[in-house]
Design a protein around this ligand. Sequence first.
Ligand code: CU
Ligand code: CU
Length: 453
Amino acid sequence: MRCRKNQATLTAQEKARFVAAVLALKANGTYDQYVALHVNNMPSAHRAPAFFPWHREMLRRFELDLQAIDSSVTLPYWNWTVDNTPTSSIWNSDFMGGNGRPSDGKVMDGAFAFDNGNWPLFGGGFLARRFGLSAATLPSAMDLSNALGTTPYDVSPYNDGSSLAGFRNTLEGWRNGPQLHNRVHVWIGGSMSPSSSPNDPVFFLHHCFIDKCWADWQAMHPAESPYLPVTGAPAGHNLNDAMQPWAGQGQTITPASLVSHHALGYAYDTEGVCQPTLKLIDDGGLKPIVDTHITLKLVDDRPTLKIIDDGGTIKAVDDLGTIKTVDDLGGGTLKGFDDVKLPTFDIGMPAKPAADTIDPMAASGRPVGNAPFVLATPHHSMAWAETFPGAIERALAQLDQQLASLEAMAAELERRSKHGDMTDAERSHLDAVRREVVGIRDEREALARYLRK
Ligand code: CU
Ligand code: CU
């Protein structure tokens, strides 16, 4: 399972590798095929139920093409309810580049600026953006939360009617539009406006978040059909219809085959399956490890050894602050695999006899063997990837931000419930928000406790 991460949490190296892979796809001509695919299949992909699965297929193919160039890359997603200003880091010149210049909207910085020579658009011209010109603001957290609370998946006549109240039409943004998905295209403007919008690479980060929204919606409403309808929608938009253009190429790809993103081989960093897991394999015997959120400690009766991952090297530190290399930990071979950041993260070292072997398992009389042990590490891949100890402060700040927006959401929902105009879906959403607030408070407390130590 590969994990797609929030772009705001990517390291400088992860951003650079993503940009480099996109440029390589552009250079070999593959990138423009995705722009053409989108331009040529607008009715198969929009204003009807297959909006989510069609883009899921497009993005998955794009991601596999990127991974053929650099296997460490996954598609990042952009949560535009949080990173919602022209100065958000997504627009820095090391990533997407910024807004266009006032005269003609031409983007002047970053790898995708036309004048830098690597980004001629499909159909000609230069990459343009005009932030906020046609829509003043990006969708808010409340807009998104209301859309995610909407059921069922879609309703007859399964089109883009401005009063059509299913989840798909709401999140696509036609209901009292332009909202949500559509509004993001409109807010960016320039090259993101026409059907050739994949000309702007931010298209893929935007649609990755839209894809995550479908996955989140499914998880929030387990009793709902994840896709509708079975019949009654335009051709290509019913559950078991083969979608164009792939059907025309002899491939049977249906909405049903795209309902489960896990079945396609990826997950999102907010899902349990993506919480970083560090597996330490010690040939010399088992060592118990406790998880204190950011730091993994090898526990023994002597100094406590902390394993610190600062994004490149893994170091061990004991209570006295002495940095030790992994081979000071004891005999045998110690290897680490972080299956979130990179497929394999190997800190292997030559075996050598230990001067002071840490073997509390043996001391405790519990079985000692060569079986690998596994543990779940912090809930924050971001924190995990950053240098200790700044990571804790950053993780706290991010939790505070999340708490504030969830609490605002809960307050608004509670206000509505007092007025008695709440739907069942909104009520169950309020419960989910409250649970999330409690969970994040606990997590925050655990981190804060660690900081006080
Ligand atoms: Cu589209
Ligand atoms: Cu779109």
